[in-house]
Ligand binder design. Sequence first.
Ligand SMILES: Cc1cc2nc3c(=O)[nH]c(=O)nc-3n(C[C@H](O)[C@H](O)[C@H](O)COP(=O)(O)OP(=O)(O)OC[C@H]3O[C@@H](n4cnc5c(N)ncnc54)[C@H](O)[C@@H]3O)c2cc1C
Length: 496
Amino acid sequence: MTEPIIDVLVIGAGGAGLTAAVSAAQAGARVVVVEKTDYLGGPYRINPGSIGTFAVESWMQQTRHLGPSLAEAYRILMEHSRWRADGRVVSALLRNSASTVTWFNELGITFDHVIAYYNGAQPVWHIRDTPHDPVIADVLERHARALGVEFLLNTRALRLITREGVVRGAELEDADGPQTLLARSTVLATGGYQGNPDLIERYTGLRQGHDLFTFEMFTHPQHQGEGLQMAWDAGAGTSPTMLETYIYLPDPFGGPGGTMPELSAFRQAGLLVNDNGLRFVDESVMRNPADAANAVRCQPGSHAYMLLSDRVDRQLREQGLDFQLFGMHHAPGSLAPLAKQVQSAVDSGYRFLFRADTLGELAAQTGMPADQLQATVAEYDGACARGVDEGFFKEGRYLRPLGPDGPYYAAKFCLGSYGSAGGVATDEYGRALDERRRPVPGLYVIGRDAAHVFGDTYPFVFAGLIQGLSHTIGRITGGHAALVVNRGTPDRGGER
Ligand SMILES: Cc1cc2nc3c(=O)[nH]c(=O)nc-3n(C[C@H](O)[C@H](O)[C@H](O)COP(=O)(O)OP(=O)(O)OC[C@H]3O[C@@H](n4cnc5c(N)ncnc54)[C@H](O)[C@@H]3O)c2cc1C
């Protein structure tokens, strides 16, 4: 008896998996999606989970004369990774990102604005900030169902099935026990290993609660790295992997951009010192949360203290912030004074915000050496008075003295993570590649499991890139997997 075989099996119903499923079904394939939780869309379903996706030269950018050209974007991304990113994947991502925006529009998903994450970054983030915008995952699910895509919820993929060197589906497990689902093409999209502290430590050296703090909005237990292991076991090779770390004020004062918007004054180009009370960087790095996290990770304990005084807080509130956080705009005069907010955090027992009447008291609370802290502040205030930062070359416009009078405030910034990226080697069609960079027949890997084009740092200069990659390569993959099925022979990687 011949076993029933479907065309395309998608494992994981998050941003990448749903996009691939719709795209494959549009190309005429019979698609089944298995998802181990009881809902579709992954954490990305959460509002504001689907805030924004990356694209270059979309119709929105073109009509507004915004953003880099394809050639500029290619250079920026390749240089960001020090040319370690796979140029074919980067090129495919960029060249197809604008048509992904149009494809989304045709499905009924619209974007409200195109913005940059911080001033100086590129306006490539196609965002949805209107409360009545439908969640992207809902729209993709609706289209998938209309196209006949079948969903198996509460169904976990355990391992891939390989026959005669071709991946042919997966062994699954649901409440009724194990089952086998055979498929001509299998697409893995399981979202990485952000929920697995052991794998995080193994692949990145970061330890939860020690030099990495859980950001609830982005840390979900379903991300166990199972897809990576399944792909490697089936013959896929490895690709660079990293965590999208960013500068972070641990929960509950983290907020979507790593710091609650009300505490934005701490995320400006103020005075940042390490445990030894020493400055170490031009603090305008704070505009880019990933670069700032790198600078902080190199400090003792992988944390650093941003210092403010009432005087600086007042100045920032009256004159406006240096950097707007997470695309949110605070006009001059719109932020409340820090004093009350810090005090209520301190009163609630929060360990990462401090308030002290004197620098000596602040040093005692934070454990910094008092004389060094006083010397650093005196030196910094002197540089501010002269308008020249001889130590770290910060621009004069960011030089604001703390002043001789307290109260002083400090925010202890640590590292958080938005998720893991990379692990499995893949090409521009999402095909898994073996260690010799030949396609593993029948297998595709997309989304976070295959997000290996960032180098060692998430490029916030291109906000929305992880969704952009998930959506654009996911869309290409769905079409390619369906095409291979239509051809009727396993794709061994020769012809493209
Ligand atoms: C609140 C929030 C806001 C965000 N905002 C942005 C943004 O503005 N811009 C941006 O670029 N990105 C953003 N992201 C990140 C981005 O949306 C996703 O991380 C990205 O789409 C990755 O998608 P994915 O498909 O790889 O993973 P996911 O969407 O996490 O999907 C993976 C799915 O696989 C399932 N799964 C795992 N293992 C198995 C298994 N063995 N068997 C079956 N199923 C399995 C999981 O349950 C999950 O549903 C945000 C994320 C969140 C949570």
